[in-house]
Design a protein around this ligand. Structure first.
Ligand SMILES: Cc1ncc(COP(=O)(O)O)c(C=O)c1O
Length: 390
């Protein structure tokens, strides 16, 4: 045999995603397949929709996973909401905001970018100006900008958007179940995520939800949604009582998502959000103790921690050291932040005391090997932070 049995290394995935898969999710994925119209699968689809509603905190009828990665969620959200000629406001302060701009353009919409410095949140007053000075009635914004580690406050932007009778579309790929997100209460009209971040599933599904206002807009479109596969009105028919065939659902991934959501809801969202904050706080204590700094000055995302790379330290060497010696993956910077930041994901089960202390110790070792004079022990500072809380 030319090829040996598949045997990938068992990494600690502390990059920007994917995160490690929960063992119960892996077990679920190896369960026997049923057909995608099997009565058992139909019940499972109901479970998934209900669990997703509990996770997005919404009562929306349209709430299911798109078969595709987070980008399919982004594309599904935009392609259904935007028609040729529509003006669309997009917060553009990072890599994923810029992708939204590109997708709006491909839908022949006219993106009106509200620019923001990478590493800073979008200023709500700029969203207000853009709404006042355009015909736009849709605002697109990234909640957790994975490229910069900024968690965008949404309340004020949601209030302004509603006051202008516009709709709010939110990317929650890196925030769903790790950061406070209340779709209905916050006034979010369309929201999507990805399976491979805080849900601890493999990549491959994009949970999405549209409220009635958004669906009304889809139903009243002048032109058909140009993507057949991502047309939410067609997918909705498969996820409603009639279960009209649309495409063959990725059965094992739906098993995975069902288990992942069961675990999320079992822990409780608020406890989960607090856990992510607690571990982020301890990580920052450790980072600062070592003489390093966080990249965003404020609005730091608990699930994606962007650390500034100190002058003279080789980005790739440190990441390589962590991978080879400690089996830990972290991410590099994207676009203009390449070589300037490390991106450390603490997502879902990976947001743990164990991982924070291990990572800080491993980073100290890697930095010393790279010739950087580490100021103090990050691991000890984190242990102190945890001990203070008991
Ligand atoms: C904020 C955000 N949006 C969208 C995506 C795209 O998701 P995917 O890579 O699963 O297609 C990502 C992926 O990292 C992301 O972080």
């Amino acid at each position: 045999m030319r090829y040996g049995e598949l045997n990938p290394p068992n990494r600690i995935l502390l990059g920007p995603g994917p995160s490690n898969v929960h063992p119960a999710v892996l077990r679920a994925m190896s369960s026997p397949l049923v057909g995608h119209l099997d009565p058992y699968f139909m019940e499972l689809m109901d479970d998934v929709m209900e669990l997703l509603r509990e996770t997005f905190l919404t009562r929306n009828k349209v709430c299911f996973p798109i078969s595709g990665t987070g980008m399919a969620g982004m594309e599904a959200a935009i392609v259904n909401m935007v028609q040729p000629g529509d003006e669309v406001i997009v917060g553009s302060n990072g890599f994923f905001g810029q992708r939204m701009v590109e997708i709006v353009r491909r839908c022949q919409g006219k993106p009106i970018e509200v620019p923001g410095e990478w590493g800073r949140a979008i200023d709500p007053s700029k969203v207000e100006d853009a709404l006042s000075n355009s015909k736009a009635d849709l605002v697109c914004i990234v909640h957790a900008e994975t490229s910069t580690g900024v968690l965008q406050p949404l309340d004020e932007i949601a209030r302004i958007t509603r006051a202008h009778d516009a709709l709010l579309l939110v990317d929650a790929v890196t925030s769903l179940s790790g950061c406070e997100l209340r779709v209905d209460e916050m006034g979010i009209d369309v929201c999507y995520s990805g399976s491979q971040k805080c849900l601890n599933c493999p990549p491959g599904l994009a949970p999405i939800t549209f409220n009635e206002r958004a669906m009304e807009r889809v139903r009243n479109r002048r032109a058909k949604v140009q993507s057949w596969y991502l047309d939410v009105s067609l997918i909705e028919k498969y996820w409603s009582e009639g279960r009209a065939y649309h495409h063959t659902a990725p059965i094992s991934m739906i098993y995975a998502l069902r288990e992942a959501l069961r675990i999320v809801v079992g822990e409780g969202l608020e406890e989960r959000w607090r856990r992510h904050q607690r571990n982020r706080d301890a990580l920052i204590r450790g980072i600062e103790e070592m003489g390093l700094g966080m990249f965003p000055p404020e609005h730091r995302c608990p699930t994606l921690n962007a650390i500034s790379i100190p002058e003279g330290v080789d980005d790739a060497k440190v990441r390589g050291f962590l991978l080879e010696r400690f089996n830990i993956e972290i991410g590099s910077g994207l676009g203009p932040l390449k070589g300037k930041i490390w991106r450390v994901g603490l997502m879902g089960i990976n947001s743990s005391e164990q991982n924070v202390i291990l990572f800080l110790g491993a980073l100290e070792r890697a930095l010393r090997a790279a010739g950087f004079r580490v100021k103090g022990s990050g691991a000890r500072a984190a242990i102190e932070a945890y001990s203070e809380r008991g």
